[in-house]
Design a protein around this ligand. Structure first.
Ligand code: MYA
Length: 582
């Protein structure tokens, strides 16, 4: 579809739900500017050298913490102000450069990546994105220099996925000069070392003459009277990082420290997380690359039945899948960071999709790495069980993959849902609504007769483009069927949401890969891109089978049976059978 044509939403994935392919958003695959690449590559080398001499992952895991001086050394290397503008003391990197560096840190140590990520992916990101000039000048230089370490305080004992339900309260002081904050935050990364907290609280606001409670984001500098930091939590993985509960008892925060406006905190939190999820996705790519290297080390040296492991088909299949999924995840991450760097559109769905794909990819890669290392992989003597423990959190934090799937499905369906509602109204009042009906009808006729076409992909990848053209139109058709079937109840239909989200994530993954491999063929020629082409084709064939299955299951599925099994299991208080008592 031509780039200049009107689209209902300024987001690539949202457009897919209308059956539209905004080629102009994703082709050509973004290229990093030479000067950014130079800086980033230098920092990457520095990290590798530093890690070799200083990162002691096994020891940190065992002792449940890294020395505080490691964070200081990271600050000295400029790693705490990666995206802070240069005039405020940072490296001024775009999101893509930031992500690439976090990717490298994660390749060395998950706990260290989380510490640096919690500081700048989310800890002071609200300030960077929504802070006013005075606030940015007051805090960012010290945050970039590591004088202040930041933490993001959203989660509470009773508020995890449901971020809007936080209870921490900020009340305006009688003189109107301060907010008085009281409440509890849970599992706050960097809590124990933080000097700067981004705290989300409920505040009273007046809207249309009515008093309401809305979320507000506050910058809190420590030490502050009334702040109590709990002990470091015992965790399954990322044990090198600090995770603490934080209690606020009537803590005074100046009103000048409101970030993004009173009552605007939910949007601030979501904006921060949309960025944060890209750092996490990139971290997963870094850790996966490292695991592939480890798997190969064993697969190419260990012999069984007089053959190297890599000569066996079942091991080849694993290595191929690990490489393929890492490449696809990387393609999604850097496509999405480019949306952020362009600054011109909504990338919330894309960043959620990349986080889900990358975190599940890493889990699978690390699991297969242990399988390849087999008995050795299971032993503490090797780092692989720790890698798996470290990676488990990625499917949970910065939005569980379940809540992000629901978000992808419902955000995608929101536009078509509004259009259908508008259509229903327009049909009721045919004269007034003629324009709406004609626009919709024209698009539908065009899509069903001519389909959508992809012109910017390399001709060598025609087959993949063909799948995408077909499935994008089908996504919009199936969305419409679901919306007509369930109406507003679609919010409650999580089995359906999961299927639609999985299709949308697979489609986005295919589009990103198609664009990247097209660019590679154009730059290097087909012969030099044999492996990239194989990855794009193999992934799209696998995704094609999943997508077909998901579409089919929209009408023919076992959802009711699964609900019955779950409900009965819950009613019975667990699994009831015992073969020896039957
Ligand atoms: S931090 C804690 C992480 N917590 C979460 O991620 C919470 C997840 N929950 C949510 O995201 C929201 O509550 C959901 C919305 C999505 C469920 N962008 O009615 P609504 C808009 C833009 O749907 P709800 C941590 O883990 C929406 O359009 N806008 O709201 C630390 C609507 O707008 P409008 C968004 O049902 C980890 C409005 O908001 C978004 O309440 C440390 C209301 O929406 C969005 N995304 O729930 C990590 N979502 O009214 C360090 C919603 O205009 C990591 N909206 O229509 C470092 C990396 C390390 C790497 C290591 C690798 C090895």
């Amino acid at each position: 579809m031509a780039g200049s044509e009107k689209t209902p939403q300024q987001s690539f994935m949202k457009s897919l739900f209308f059956g539209q392919i905004r080629e102009d958003f994703i082709f050509p695959y973004p290229k990093v500017k030479a000067e950014t690449a130079e800086t980033v590559n230098m920092v990457v080398d520095t990290i590798d050298k530093f890690a070799k001499d200083n990162v002691r992952s096994a020891e940190w895991d065992e002792k449940m913490g890294m020395p505080r001086e490691i964070v200081t050394s990271c600050a000295e290397m400029g790693l705490l102000g990666l995206a802070v503008p240069e005039d405020l003391g940072g490296l001024g990197l775009p999101q893509a450069g930031y992500a690439r560096i976090l990717q490298q840190v994660a390749a060395h140590d998950g706990g260290l990546a989380v510490t640096l990520g919690a500081h700048q992916s989310i800890g002071y990101k609200a300030l960077l994105l929504f802070g006013n000039e005075e606030q940015r000048k007051r805090f960012l230089p010290r945050l970039a220099a590591g004088e202040l370490i930041a933490a993001f305080c959203l989660t509470e004992p009773s508020s995890g996925s449901d971020a809007a339900s936080i209870q921490t309260k900020a009340e305006l002081s009688p003189d109107g000069k301060h907010y008085i904050v009281t409440g509890n935050k849970l599992w706050i990364t960097n809590g124990a070392i933080a000097g700067f907290l981004t705290v989300f609280c409920k505040t009273d606001v007046i809207e249309n003459g009515e008093k309401k409670e809305k979320v507000t984001c506050l910058a809190m500098e420590l030490p502050s009277e009334g702040v109590q930091i709990g002990p470091n939590e015992h965790k399954l993985g990322i044990r090198a990082s600090w995770t603490n509960a934080i209690h606020f008892d009537k803590v005074k925060v100046p009103v000048e420290n409101v970030i993004g406006g009173v009552g605007q905190g939910f949007k601030v939190a979501m904006g921060v997380l949309n960025h944060g999820r890209m750092g996490l996705g990139a971290g997963c790519v870094g850790a996966a690359k490292n695991a592939i290297k480890a798997s190969l080390e064993h697969a190419t040296s260990r012999q069984q039945f007089k053959k190297k492991l890599i000569e066996f088909g079942m091991i080849k299949e694993k290595i191929a899948r690990m490489t393929m999924h890492t490449y696809v995840a990387e393609s999604m991450v850097y496509m999405t960071t480019n949306f952020i760097d362009r600054g011109d559109m909504d990338y919330s769905m894309e960043s959620a999709a990349a986080k889900v794909f990358a975190s599940e990819m890493l889990w699978e890669v690390l699991d297969e790495n242990i399988q390849i290392w087999a008995g050795n992989g299971y032993m503490k003597e090797y780092p692989y069980e720790r890698w798996l423990r470290d990676a488990r959190i990625n499917r949970i934090f910065e939005g569980t993959n379940e809540i992000l799937r629901a978000f992808v499905a419902l955000s995608g369906m929101q536009g078509p849902g509004q259009e259908l509602a508008g259509l229903a109204k327009a049909i009721q009042y045919p004269l007034k609504g003629l324009g709406v009906v004609t626009d919709y009808a024209t698009r539908k006729v065009k899509q069903s007769v001519f389909g959508e076409s992809i012109n910017a992909a390399h001709p060598r990848l025609k087959k993949i483009a063909g799948y995408l053209e077909e499935y994008t139109v089908e996504l919009s058709q199936q969305t419409e069927i679901l919306l007509k079937r369930h109406g507003k109840e679609i919010h409650l239909k999580q089995f359906a949401q999961k299927r639609i989200a999985d299709v949308a994530i697979d489609l986005y993954a295919m589009y990103c890969t198609l664009s990247r491999v097209s660019a590679a063929i154009t730059a290097k020629g087909e012969a030099a891109c044999e492996m990239e082409i194989a990855i794009a084709e193999a992934f799209s064939m696998k995704a094609h089978r999943r997508i077909r299955g998901n579409f089919k299951a929209i009408d023919r599925n076992e959802d009711e049976l699964m609900k019955l099994i779950a409900d009965k299991t819950a009613e019975n208080g667990g699994y009831i059978w015992d073969y020896f008592k039957e």
